[in-house]
Design a protein. Structure first.
Length: 68
């Protein structure tokens, strides 16, 4: 199993851009881009809290489990 962030999907559902999410969350747009592409091995939990709050979702909704 593998964990994956659902930021792209949530942005689409909420009708937001990464730029707007960066403004709402205070997380740099470059960091959001890397997270949205699932290109980071380590994730800052504080960033995830800020992103979830800005998207108005439970932090657990940011994740999806993929079967290998």
């Amino acid at each position: 199993m593998k964990m994956r962030l659902r930021i792209k999907e949530l942005l689409k559902e909420k009708g937001l851009t990464q730029y707007k999410l960066a403004q709402l969350s205070g997380v740099r747009e470059s960091s959001l881009s890397a997270l949205a592409r699932n290109k980071q091995d380590a994730v800052n939990l504080r960033h995830l809290e800020k992103i979830a709050a800005a998207l108005e979702v439970n932090p657990l909704e940011l994740f999806e489990v993929e079967e290998n």
